[in-house]
Design a protein around this ligand. Structure first.
Ligand code: DHB
Length: 316
């Protein structure tokens, strides 16, 4: 196959290709090592880490819906100490990039997690989750207030020189306002989008299916929303947008690149096939060969739009 440039750079760090796995869908990389070659991915984004271990929400916390999945995990995770002791040694052996997703219920907690992991090394950057829909403290309270997003970005930025991504929620009117807040305080990229607040009901017992009533909707059902948010965001900021939301096959990934995403994350698809990311890497490359492109980056933001009829372009 013709030589195609697949890599891209964020804050001086080179990622081998533009396909990463989304937080919460790929564990800490070791759980899936017999199912796929993780080193063929551009990067792995870990399950959210908080300072102390968290048990998460009570069951039921995952429900299938039409074209998607609702979850309310509640940031269940092993905490920083166990991550450093039990996960980091394996992650250090990988050649793919490791981005640690961080969730917290205070600015101080975000800073403490980032600082402790940054000092250890062996990882390539951080994705700050200001958008978990399933916790009462932090989560959407932070992610739906642009001043809080700015403050968290500013404080975390002081703790690391590694790439800093802010993962934004779509549960707002204009996501670009939040992307601008992150950019202005030193974020290197934004991940767009996290899950949408949703609900499912069991009509037999007349109860919500999830213990927390609402949860985060992901999967193909949200792809059109994600594409619109990526397009809006990429027009509003100069830093890269990492597109995420319902990507299941390479064609979906191409749509996100055209809409303005510099790279993409594969999430819910990993529960169907953890090797889905690898197939998307191959598919993107083959598409570029067919299109006669030398660099996958030549696709980014090349959507042909008639701005005189585009409604979203009038929002700015
Ligand atoms: C959880 C966190 C998220 O950011 C999300 O989108 C969905 C679920 C969680 O751990 O509950």
């Amino acid at each position: 196959m013709a030589e195609i440039k697949e890599s891209f750079i964020i804050r001086g760090i080179e990622f081998n290709n533009r396909v990463l796995t989304a937080s919460g869908t790929f564990g800490y990389g070791d759980e899936v090592k017999t199912l796929t070659d993780v080193n063929r991915l551009g990067g792995i984004i870990t399950k959210s880490l908080s300072l102390k271990p968290r048990a998460g929400n009570p069951p039921v916390r995952i429900v299938e819906t039409a074209g998607g999945m609702l979850n309310s995990i509640g940031l269940a995770n092993i905490g920083v100490d166990k991550f450093i002791g039990e996960k980091l040694p394996y992650l250090r052996t990988l050649s793919t990039r490791i981005i640690v997703n961080v969730a917290a219920s205070s600015v101080e907690e975000y800073c403490s997690v980032v600082q402790q992991i940054d000092e250890q090394g062996g990882i390539s950057g951080f994705e700050i989750n200001v958008s978990c829909p399933n916790v009462k403290e932090g989560g959407l309270n932070f992610g739906t207030d642009p001043k809080r997003v700015a403050e968290i970005t500013r404080e975390v930025r002081k703790r690391t020189q590694r790439p800093l991504l802010l993962k934004l929620t779509p549960n707002v009117t204009h996501i670009s306002e939040f992307a601008r807040a992150a950019e202005s305080e030193g974020a290197d990229a934004v991940s767009v989008i996290n899950t949408l607040v949703g609900m499912a009901i069991d009509i037999k017992n007349k109860r919500p299916k999830l213990s927390t009533v609402t949860g985060g909707l992901s999967g193909p059902a949200i792809k059109p929303i994600a594409l619109a948010k990526v397009y809006e965001t990429s027009k509003a900021i100069k830093i890269p947008v990492i597109g995420i939301g319902g990507i299941q096959q390479w064609e979906d990934a191409i749509e996100f690149l055209l809409a303005g995403a510099t790279a993409i994350q594969v999430g819910t698809m990993n529960f169907i096939d953890p090797a889905g990311g690898e197939m998307i890497v191959d598919g993107i490359k083959q598409f570029c060969v067919k299109e006669g492109l030398k660099d996958v980056g030549d696709l980014v933001g090349t959507l042909k739009v008639d701005t005189s009829t585009s409604v979203i372009d009038s929002w700015r």
